[in-house]
Design a protein around this ligand. Structure first.
Ligand code: FEO
Length: 135
């Protein structure tokens, strides 16, 4: 069983963004697998780097869509993205400096981080963007 399973409760009902969220979940699952089987720092570091790079590109996609359609809560959503990106980069920096290991606790943090953001912040744009014809 995967660490996080995709379910319809995570859907924002916009295909491109659901597909990106699925990819993020896949990367978190890969990171969890690498941590569980005790992969080396280089492998874990690579997966963590991919997760962060994909997160940034996903956030940029959402921000572009929100700006294009003048989403009223854009600033609040962008701030949440900036805060999450900063947290992820801090985690990566600590990991690379050897001050943190990717543990069950860190994975729990990443799981919450992703699912809470999708459930509480992303879902809010769904009716607005769909109303603008984004599918
Ligand atoms: Fe799907 Fe706002 O990140």
């Amino acid at each position: 069983m995967a660490f996080i399973d995709w379910s319809n409760s995570l859907s924002v009902d916009i295909k491109e963004l659901d597909d990106q969220h699925k990819k993020l979940i896949e990367l978190i699952n890969q990171l969890n697998d690498a941590m569980k089987v005790g992969k080396g720092k280089d492998v874990i570091g690579k997966v963590l780097g991919s997760l962060i790079a994909y997160t940034k590109s996903h956030f940029a996609t959402e921000e572009r869509l929100m700006q294009t359609h003048s989403y009223p809560s854009y600033i609040i959503h962008k701030k949440a993205h900036d805060d999450l990106t900063k947290q992820a980069l801090d985690l990566q920096k600590k990991f690379e400096a050897g001050n943190i290991a990717i543990t069950v606790e860190v994975m729990g943090f990443l799981k919450d981080w992703l699912s809470k953001h999708i459930m509480s912040t992303d879902k809010q744009y769904s009716p607005f963007l769909k109303g603008k014809g984004v599918i």
